[in-house]
Design a protein. Structure first.
Length: 321
């Protein structure tokens, strides 16, 4: 699809009343390989809207009824759409929890994945622990946020040297600690560009793509989440993947619970749905929960159009299983 066709498609989908810059941001975020900058997406949008000379595309016939015929109050309703991952072979690394990462587990994952040559890597939530910003009681001897961010930069540098792949950064519940801290303790800084979470991450990982707002990610027909998107609940299944199936009802993958599991069901029409949960790449016996059911792991997802194949790997005693 060309740039013009993409812009026309998004304009038709989101409506002609959405501000150009706002829509350009969405287009650029979803199509970073097609548009090399936000301004490129904005310029293309302006051309189809007739704001920079004659339109290069014909506006389709749309319902002439006003969008708000009853003059209802302006709404802050958010647009919630999945994020389409651009990948043929995706390496998924969940719950690294820097600086409490497991060097042995990451080494095993990198050794295995190097041979697979992924073209994209998804850091699927809680890559940084943000221990210092936790609302829980904190050990003052633990590393500061500045140290965590420096360790994150060093990890990304290693990933870039090891793999020739695009990097996606999904925000998990630990990542959200930063924004929650700003809202509660330093709300005067909210909205200042230098303190925006995305800019803090990108300053230490140039070219990385940030996925926020609890968005579902799509790898073909496979839905990927961190695992905190459903919100707090007393619902805690023995099999994490089965719990994901009961909640999502579609083929999906999640991290968050630090356990590797898989669940498959076939419906009366013969359609098979499989869900997966991933192991973590952090320490297995943290001080706040030394006895648990966690294991190390990662996944590789091969995508061909809408079809996908998942290899959900465990790591045990230095071996990938």
């Amino acid at each position: 699809m060309t740039k013009v066709q993409t812009c026309v498609d998004y304009r038709e989908r989101f409506g002609w009343d959405m501000p150009t810059l706002k829509l350009a941001r969405i287009i650029y975020q979803d199509n970073p390989l097609l548009f090399n900058s936000l301004e490129t997406a904005r310029t293309c949008l302006r051309s189809i809207e007739g704001k920079s000379g004659a339109r290069v595309a014909v506006r389709k016939e749309v319902d002439t009824r006003p969008k708000n015929p009853y003059n209802l109050p302006q709404s802050d309703e958010a647009v919630y759409e999945p994020y389409n991952l651009d990948a043929k072979r995706l390496l998924v690394l969940s719950d690294i929890h820097i600086p409490y990462h497991s060097i042995d587990a990451l080494t095993c994952a990198f050794d295995y994945a190097k041979k697979e040559k992924p073209d994209a890597i998804l850091l699927n939530g809680d890559t940084i622990d943000f221990f210092g910003l936790s609302r829980f009681m904190k050990d003052p001897k633990k590393r500061s946020v500045a140290h965590e961010l420096q360790a994150f930069k060093e990890l990304v540098d290693v990933i870039k040297k090891t793999f020739n792949a695009k990097i996606y950064y999904k925000m998990g519940n630990h990542c959200e600690r930063y924004e929650h801290f700003l809202w509660m303790k330093a709300h005067e800084l909210v909205g200042i560009e230098e303190f925006d979470f995305s800019n803090i991450i990108k300053a230490r990982a140039e070219g990385i793509e940030i996925i926020k707002d609890k968005r579902i990610m799509k790898a073909g027909d496979l839905n990927i989440i961190h695992g905190h998107e459903f919100g707090g609940s007393v619902f805690s299944p023995v099999n994490i993947a089965r719990g994901l199936f009961l909640r999502g009802k579609v083929s999906a993958m999640q991290g968050h619970n630090h356990q590797t599991s898989e669940h498959t069901e076939r419906d009366m029409n013969g359609r098979i749905t499989t869900t997966f949960s991933l192991g973590c790449l952090s320490e297995l016996h943290p001080a706040y929960l030394p006895i648990n059911k966690w294991n190390h792991g990662f996944a590789i997802v091969d995508i061909d159009g809408q079809e996908f194949e998942v290899r959900n790997k465990r790591i045990h005693n230095g071996k990938v299983l």
